[in-house]
Design a protein. Structure first.
Lengths: 174, 570
C-alpha cells in the first residue's frame, strides 16, 4: 500500500492528558506526526485535533481506530488532501531596512498575497496563509534577503463532507 | 449497595470518601501496599475493616496480579492500591497485563500533595504519564470533591464494553480535605460507546456465509467469556455443526469434552485447528483479536477463507486480518441474534478431518506427553493427574512458558472462567499472586497454580500472603531447572547456545516450609498420583514441586513468523 498524506481530525472532550494518549498511539507505531493543531471546534466545550501524517491507508485506519477508542474522544476521522480544505499559516520577521533597500521584497509581498502585520523601526512581520507549497515558495524568495525569524503553524482543515458531531453527542447522552 | 451511598450533608475526608466509593461499587476486597502518600486511605481501611478487607501483598506487582486473578474468575472489578513513586511504578506490569488481556481492574495510587506536584518531591513520579499507554483510562484527582464522580467513572469504564484497567491517582491533600460526600453510580460517559449496537444487516450477511459454508470453522477468544456468551456460543456451534477452537484466553468457555470443541489455535495449539485454519472456507472469529501468536505469518493466514469477525471493539476490525463481514457488538447479544438465522447442519466429513488430525497429534505428541514411557516425569502427565484428582473442576492458574503451554493444552475444564493465565503480555510471575486472587474470587472452587521454576521466583514472596491469610491455593512448580521455553528456542533456533537459561535453584520445599505451608517434592512417577490426590484433598495451602525432564520441548509448534499450516509436530 502506498504512503500518502492524511489529515486526521479528532473531536474530543477538553482533557489534560488526552494529547499524551493520542501522541502515544503514533509513537508506538513509529509514525511521525508531520503537523499538529489543537483548537476549539464548532461545538462548545469540544476540542478539535488536526493531525497530519504521511503513511499508508492501513496504518491511518488502524491509528484512527485506536484514537477513537480513547474514552474522551468523541469521533475521529481521516481524509486525503482531496477531501479537505486545508491551510497553514506562517510568520516572517524581516529587517525593516530591507523594505526600502530591496524593491523586490515589495513585489514578493504583493504577489504572495501576504499581509504586513506590524512594522517597527527595526523589523516588520509578514503573515501568509495558504498551502505548504505557497509558504515554502515565499520562504525561498525571501531567504536571500535574510529572514530574522520564521515560523509556520500546523495544518488546519475542514472536511468537505459533513461531520455530524452534534448528532453524535446527543446519542451519547445516557 | 451500602447505606452510605447517599449520606449527604455530612462532611467527610477524601480518604473516607474513597472507602465509601469502593463500598458503593460492591467492593469488599482490595489488594495493596501502604506508603506515605496513601496513608490517609490506609487509616480508613483500619476503621472500615469489618466491611472491606485489605490484603497486604508483598510487592505491589502482586497486588495487581491478585486483583486480576480475582477479576478473571469472578467477572467483578479487581482493585489494587499503592502509594506514590515506586509503589505506583510497581503496578505498571499488572496494568499492562490487564490492558492487553482486557481485565477489569481499578488501581488507586497515592500522590504527593498538590502543591508539591512537579517539584520532584520525595516519592513523586508522573504515574499518569507512565501509565497512559497501559490503561484504558486514568485520572489524577487533586481535590476531594472530585473523588465520587471520578471513582464512579473509573469503575464504569473498567468494566463496561471491552474491559480494562483504570488508574486513579489521588494527591495526599485531596485525601485529607473534607467535603460533602454523595455518590452516584456512573451510567455513561458522553464520548464513550462501550458496546456498539448490533447491525442486523451484518448479522444476516454472516448467517448467509455460515449457512452456505462447506467447511466453516469457529475460533473464539476471551470475548465470549467477558461477554458471558458461553451458552450462546454453544447453541450456535451445536445448531450449525461448526467445529470450534479457542485462543488461550478463550479456553474453558466451552467444556473441553464438548464434541465440537476441537482444541487450541496458535503457536503451541493443536495440530488440526492450526492446519485446518488454512483449509476452512469460512472462518468465524468470535471475541478474539488475531494476535500474532494465533495467526503466525499473516500473509498466509486463512487467505482462502471468508472471514467473519464478531467483536466488541471496532478498533480490532481489520487491524490484523481483514474481515469480509464484521459483526460489532457484545458477543452474547450478536450470537443470540444470529442463532435463529442459522440452518441446522452437521458437516460430518469436515469434522472427520479434525479427528484425523487429532489422531496424528495424539500418536506423535500427546501420548508421549501425558502417558510417557521414559523415566523422567513430563509436565503433561502432571497436568493429567491434576485433571483426574480435581475431576476437571479446578481453576487452573498458569504463569508463562512451557508449563503454561502444556497446562493450557492438557488441562480439562467443565466450567467457564477456569483458565487464568497471562496471555497477551506473557508476564512471568503472574501465577502465584493471580492464584491468590482467583481463590478469593471463587472460594468454593479448587484453585491450582501451575508455575515454572523461573516465573515462580519472580513473585515467590507472595507465599507470605498465602501463609498469613491461610488462602488454600495449591501451588505446583514444574521444575526443569531451566527457563524452559527460552531454552527450547535456543535449542531449535540458536544451535543450543543456552545463554542464561540454566537455573541453579534453591530448595523450594524448604522455602515453602519457611512460610509454614505444607510442602512435598516428587521426582518419581510412582509418587505422583498419590501426592496430587493428597494435595487436592487438602483444605489448606499446599506446595508441590515436581522435578520434570530438564530438556523437554513443547510441540506442536509454529515457528515464529511461519504460517499456521507450517506447524511442526517434532
Amino acid at each position: 500500500m502506498e504512503k500518502q498524506w492524511f489529515t486526521i481530525s479528532v473531536y474530543s472532550e477538553n482533557n489534560v492528558g488526552l494529547l499524551n494518549r493520542i501522541s502515544g498511539i503514533f509513537l508506538k507505531r513509529h509514525i511521525n506526526i508531520e503537523s499538529l493543531n489543537v483548537s476549539k471546534s464548532e461545538i462548545d466545550e469540544v476540542s478539535k485535533f488536526t493531525i497530519v501524517v504521511y503513511t499508508t491507508e492501513k496504518w491511518v485506519h488502524n491509528i484512527v481506530g485506536q484514537i477513537e477508542k480513547q474514552i474522551e474522544v468523541i469521533k475521529a476521522f481521516y481524509h486525503t488532501d482531496d477531501e479537505t480544505i486545508y491551510q497553514e499559516s506562517a510568520l516572517f520577521k524581516i529587517a525593516s531596512g530591507l523594505l526600502f533597500d530591496e524593491r523586490q521584497i515589495q513585489n514578493i509581498i504583493k504577489d504572495s498575497n501576504s499581509q504586513i502585520v506590524t512594522v517597527s523601526r527595526d523589523f516588520f512581520v509578514l503573515a501568509k496563509s495558504g498551502r505548504r507549497g505557497e509558504i515554502d515558495e515565499m520562504h525561498d524568495q525571501l531567504k536571500p534577503f535574510g529572514i530574522m525569524q520564521f515560523v509556520r503553524s500546523g495544518r488546519i482543515s475542514v472536511s468537505k463532507e459533513e461531520m455530524q458531531i452534534s448528532a453524535m453527542l446527543k446519542e451519547f447522552q445516557p | 449497595m451500602t447505606e452510605t451511598k447517599t449520606k449527604a450533608t455530612v462532611k467527610i475526608t477524601g480518604a473516607e470518601a474513597i472507602i465509601h466509593c469502593l463500598l458503593a461499587e460492591d467492593v469488599d476486597l482490595v489488594y495493596g501496599y501502604p506508603g506515605g502518600a496513601i496513608m490517609p486511605v490506609y487509616d480508613e481501611f483500619y476503621k472500615f475493616q469489618d466491611k472491606l478487607t485489605h490484603i497486604l501483598t508483598r510487592h505491589e506487582q502482586g497486588a495487581t496480579h491478585a486483583a486480576q486473578g480475582y477479576a478473571r474468575v469472578s467477572g467483578r472489578v479487581g482493585v489494587a492500591i499503592a502509594t506514590s513513586g515506586p509503589g505506583a511504578t510497581n503496578l505498571v506490569t499488572g496494568l499492562a497485563d490487564a490492558q492487553i488481556d482486557s481485565t477489569p481492574m481499578v488501581c488507586i495510587t497515592g500522590q504527593v500533595p498538590r502543591h508539591l506536584l512537579g517539584s520532584d518531591a520525595f516519592q513523586e513520579t508522573d504515574i499518569i504519564g507512565i501509565s497512559t499507554p497501559v490503561t484504558k483510562w486514568n485520572y489524577q484527582i487533586t481535590k476531594a470533591s472530585e473523588i465520587p464522580e471520578i471513582m464512579a467513572k473509573a469503575f464504569y469504564i473498567a468494566k463496561s464494553g471491552r474491559p480494562g484497567p483504570v488508574l486513579v491517582d489521588i494527591t495526599k491533600n485531596a485525601q485529607f480535605e473534607e467535603f460533602e460526600f454523595s455518590y452516584k453510580k456512573c451510567k455513561g460517559v458522553r464520548s464513550y460507546i462501550p458496546t456498539p449496537k448490533p447491525n442486523m444487516g451484518s448479522i444476516e450477511a454472516a448467517a448467509e456465509l455460515i449457512n452456505n459454508a462447506k467447511k466453516p470453522f469457529i475460533v473464539w477468544g476471551q470475548g465470549v467469556i467477558l461477554g458471558q456468551a458461553e451458552e450462546a456460543l454453544k447453541a450456535v456451534i451445536e445448531k450449525a455443526g461448526v467445529p470450534a477452537a479457542w485462543t488461550i484466553m478463550g479456553e474453558s468457555a466451552i467444556p473441553t469434552s464438548h464434541h465440537l470443541n476441537v482444541g487450541m489455535v496458535g503457536m503451541h495449539g493443536n495440530y488440526g485447528p492450526n492446519m485446518l485454519t488454512n483449509e476452512c472456507d469460512v472462518l468465524i472469529a468470535i471475541g478474539m483479536r488475531f494476535d500474532d501468536r494465533v495467526t503466525g505469518k499473516l500473509d498466509e493466514y486463512a487467505t482462502q477463507a471468508k472471514v467473519i469477525h464478531f467483536e466488541i471493539d471496532p478498533a480490532e476490525i481489520n487491524k490484523n486480518v481483514t474481515a469480509d463481514v464484521a459483526v460489532l457488538g457484545n458477543s452474547k447479544e450478536t450470537l443470540e441474534l444470529i442463532l435463529p438465522l442459522l440452518n441446522e447442519n452437521k458437516h460430518e466429513d469436515w469434522h472427520d478431518e479434525f479427528k484425523k488430525m487429532h489422531e496424528i497429534e495424539y500418536e506423535t505428541v500427546i501420548k508421549n506427553d501425558i502417558h510417557p514411557t521414559k523415566d523422567k516425569l513430563t509436565m503433561g502427565e502432571v497436568i493429567e493427574e491434576i485433571n483426574l484428582a480435581s475431576k476437571n473442576k479446578a481453576v487452573i492458574v498458569t504463569d508463562v512458558g512451557q508449563h503454561q503451554m502444556i497446562a493450557c493444552r492438557y488441562a480439562k475444564f467443565e466450567q467457564s472462567k477456569s483458565n487464568i493465565t497471562s496471555g497477551g503480555l506473557g508476564t512471568m510471575g503472574f501465577a502465584l499472586p493471580a492464584a491468590i486472587g482467583a481463590k478469593q474470587g471463587a472460594m468454593d472452587r479448587e484453585v491450582v497454580a501451575i508455575i515454572g521454576d523461573g516465573g515462580y521466583q519472580m513473585t515467590i514472596q507472595e507465599l507470605g500472603v498465602i501463609f498469613q491469610h491461610q488462602i488454600p491455593v495449591k501451588i505446583v512448580v514444574l521444575n526443569n531447572d531451566h527457563l524452559g521455553m527460552v531454552r527450547q528456542w535456543q535449542e531449535l533456533f540458536f544451535d543450543k547456545r543456552y545463554a542464561s537459561t540454566v537455573m541453579v535453584n534453591p530448595d523450594f520445599v524448604k522455602i515453602a516450609e519457611g512460610y509454614h505451608i505444607e510442602s512435598k517434592r516428587v521426582s518419581e512417577r510412582k509418587d505422583l498420583k498419590g501426592t496430587i490426590q493428597d494435595m487436592i484433598a487438602s483444605d489448606k495451602p499446599y506446595f508441590l514441586e515436581v522435578k520434570v525432564e530438564k530438556e523437554d520441548n513443547v510441540f506442536p509448534m509454529i515457528p515464529s513468523g511461519a504460517a499456521v499450516s507450517d506447524i511442526r509436530l517434532k
